[in-house]
Design a protein around this ligand. Structure first.
Ligand code: GLC
Length: 749
């Protein structure tokens, strides 16, 4: 007994020391921050609040301003030697030697490109996103970057919006889990020189842009803001993200860079965030264009009051803050608060101790290890949407016709936000398949120069190739340039004459495998009907080719699931799984208007007359090369208190003939509440890999407080009542159960 007590005592001491070590470190940094602040002039403080874009301007042009302490940060700051050169000016020539912090858009890899974020999200695998972010941080930090403007954790339900490519999908829970994993992967221990500061962006509501048009207005009631758009940012703050970025959009008329409610009341007062906030590019200056500020003086005033610490690229702070202080419109304490946030992160990053980069770690760029991370990511990101007659996996003995503009297009394959990606390092599907099965088994006809090509001149060549092959592999979709920032589309169909090409090839009667490479959900109902198999690969990065070869030839089974709903047509947008039931819910397949119908067709409910209201493919959907059976749903409790939890389990069995991974999903529905709740909400997911015939019980521990929402008072609340739940393979199907949340429990009264 004495020995147990002695061990417990030492254990408690160890915990106390580790906690106090972190606290002591934080306290030491606070002391340094305020000591340095006390020595700074007002001009030097304002200099820390300015970030400039170095791209395209020779380093020497910046040296005077940096030596004078007028700039605290750069983005796009050239190669590692340029960064060292300008850093030496800051550290050795400026009066207080405050180091610069270099930022870069490291969104889905650095030189070794991962699939675009919406592709990574299809993996439903936080460990993968953490590993991918860590790889990106190793490469970016080796090249002298200190900070990435990622993860982008905006929620959107509108595939017309070009930046859906950059999101982690439509769901707050999935985006919260995966976004926090990215923060952990980028940052690790911030003082470690192989890590970089992360940036939760674009805070907040940017993905709700009206009409799916970038930068457009958003109208978001506070309850919706707190239930849907804020949770991923709160999760990032709880994961310790070092910085936030305010967005371009206004929320209910208030631009986010001048929004005291979101930047201070929520971010600082409710969440106790102590890093710094940077505006998006020129977003402070653009408050004039919003009609929210008359001039740059008012823009600087509203941004600095609201809570923007660093202004990116526009120069309202640099030009106006001194005057605002002189005119006593703001006080220096406010400036001190803003600058303390900046210095705190520079200290936590260790920049004062290690401001330079010796370039010695650059051998990690495009390393074999990183190529394997990128390959695994591309494998886990590709969603199998259809596979009839077991067309997939292919056999190496088959002659394949490889057709289409995206079979051999490195730049498109890498996707949007590929600032440092290396096209020469990309292995395309064409190259990988030739390597896998031998060039003699491949008939390749690009047919279309780009996805937007409208020339049918090469159609006959493509049809000949298919006729001389056993199977047609069509690499179609959209080019990289059609997705990403400011690249929104009013139509979601395949661009150019790709649809016509697929139709002509279907006439050959040969099996067709569509490999879709895109930055958003596209609408391709007719093309899907004429294809035997469909693999949605997204823009899948440097190793997308070998990954697709592994999947198409069955070295590994697809496991990915859709992180976003696929509409049948753009007319259904916005369409998402966590929708409300309404007072007149439609039933599927009501779109037919019976012939001879009198004036009013059937049913008065929330349907379309000309199309079924359900999606083409639902959130969470994805097939594999085997089949899984779900049974034996069990709940540990029928009733739980508001502080209680219920264990939910189901047995999943591999009923096919190939080993595969299933992403088991848990959804709930709060049946009756003080405000209407969605028909389903994702509350858990788990990956399980099973051999043929193997079964496994998958268990979730669901807490009552996870079933809450923001009520009429905009406060988070858990209400009593019936909670339905489903455990299944996607948001449209699963084993159904239910439990009740009964009244308050002992602890929460
Ligand atoms: C862009 C983007 C933002 C990016 C920033 C710096 O306009 O909105 O996501 O990080 O500018 O490139």
């Amino acid at each position: 007994m004495k020995k147990i007590i002695r061990i417990a005592f030492y254990y408690l001491i160890t915990i106390a020391i580790s906690v106090s070590a972190n606290t002591l470190n934080d306290l030491a940094i606070e002391a340094k921050v305020y000591d340095l602040l006390s020595k700074m002039t007002l001009e030097e403080k304002i200099g820390q609040m300015s970030q400039r874009n170095m791209k395209g301007i020779p380093v020497e042009k910046w040296e005077e301003a940096v030596a004078a302490g007028q700039i605290g940060s750069f983005l796009n700051a050239g190669d590692w030697k340029d960064k060292n050169r300008i850093q030496k000016i800051a550290v050795k020539k400026s009066r207080l030697g405050i180091p610069l912090i270099f930022g870069r858009d490291v969104i889905h890899g650095y030189q070794t490109m991962l699939p675009i974020p919406i592709g990574m999200a299809s993996s439903f695998n936080p460990e993968l996103l953490e590993k991918g972010s860590q790889m990106a941080a190793w490469e970016a930090s080796a090249d002298g970057q200190h900070w990435t403007f990622a993860p982008m954790i905006d929620i959107t339900r509108d595939p017309r919006w070009g930046r859906i490519a950059e999101t982690l999908g439509e769901d707050p829970y999935l985006t919260s889990v995966l976004g926090a994993a990215c923060v952990k992967g980028f940052q690790g221990d911030l003082s470690d020189p192989t890590t970089i500061a992360a940036c939760a962006k674009h805070y907040v509501g940017y993905g709700a842009a009206e009409g799916g048009r970038d930068y457009n207005t958003t109208w978001i009631p506070e309850r919706e803001l707190r239930d849907v758009y804020l949770p991923p940012f709160k999760a990032a703050a709880e994961a310790g993200v070092a910085t936030f970025m305010s967005a371009f959009n206004d929320i209910n008329g208030i631009p986010t860079s001048g929004n005291y409610f979101t930047l201070t009341e929520i971010l600082r007062n409710e969440w106790q965030f102590d890093g710094f906030v940077i505006s998006d590019w020129d977003a402070v200056g653009e408050m004039i264009d919003h009609g929210f500020c008359q001039d740059s003086s008012e823009a600087a005033f509203k941004a600095v009051i609201a809570g923007v610490d660093i202004e990116m690229e526009s120069r309202a702070y640099e030009l106006e803050l001194q005057h605002l202080l002189n005119d006593k419109k703001i006080c220096e304490d406010l400036i001190n608060e803003r600058v303390a946030n900046i210095l705190r992160i520079k200290f936590r990053l260790g920049l004062f101790d290690n401001p330079y980069n010796n370039g010695k770690r650059r051998n990690v760029l495009l390393s074999e290890k990183h190529m394997q991370v990128a390959r695994e990511a591309a494998i886990q990101s590709a969603v199998l949407l259809k596979n009839e007659n077991k067309v997939l996996p292919l056999s190496k003995n088959q002659k394949v016709a490889i057709i289409g503009p995206l079979a051999n297009s490195p730049v498109d394959q890498m996707g949007m936000w590929t600032m440092d990606g290396v096209a020469d390092a990309v292995i395309t599907p064409l190259a990988a398949i030739k390597e896998r099965v031998g060039s003699e088994n491949v008939n390749y006809v690009q047919t279309l120069k780009t996805s937007r090509d409208i020339s049918k001149d090469k159609f006959s060549n493509a049809i000949n190739a298919v006729n001389n092959s056993d199977v047609a592999l069509l690499f179609v979709g959209e080019e990289m340039i059609l997705s990403g920032e400011a690249h929104c589309r009013a139509f979601l169909n395949l661009p150019g004459v790709q649809t016509e090409l697929i139709k002509e090839i279907a006439k050959t009667g040969k099996p067709i495998v569509l490999v879709m490479m895109a930055g958003r959900p596209l609408t391709f109902h007719t093309e899907a009907k004429t294809s035997d198999a469909i693999l949605y690969a997204w823009h899948n990065g440097t190793m997308g080719g070998p990954a697709l070869a592994d999947l198409l030839y069955g070295k590994v089974s697809p496991s990915a699931k859709l992180p976003v709903t696929f509409p049948r047509t753009v007319g259904q947008v916005p369409i998402y799984y966590a929708h409300k039931n309404t007072g007149r819910p439609p039933t599927p397949n009501e779109e037919k208007i019976p012939m001879g119908t009198p004036l009013d067709p059937q049913g008065f409910n929330s349907k379309y007359l000309d199309l079924d209201f359900t999606p083409e493919y639902p959130f969470g959907f994805g097939l594999t090369y085997t089949t899984f059976d779900y049974n034996d749903l069990k709940l540990s409790e029928e009733k739980i208190s508001k502080c209680g939890s219920v264990k939910i389990s189901a047995t999943v069995k591999n009923t096919g003939d190939r080993e595969a991974t299933e992403i088991v999903q848990l959804y709930i529905r709060d049946r009756f509440a003080s405000v209407s709740r969605p028909v389903k909400e994702l509350k858990g997911f788990d990956r399980v890999t099973l051999k043929p015939g193997e079964s496994k019980s998958v268990e979730f521990d669901l807490k009552a407080c996870a079933c809450g929402f923001h009520g009429l008072d905009n406060q988070y609340t858990v209400e009593t009542g019936k909670i339905s739940l489903w455990v299944g393979p996607n948001s449209h199907e699963g084993l159904e159960g239910a439990f009740n949340i009964v009244d308050a429990c002992k602890c929460c009264h």
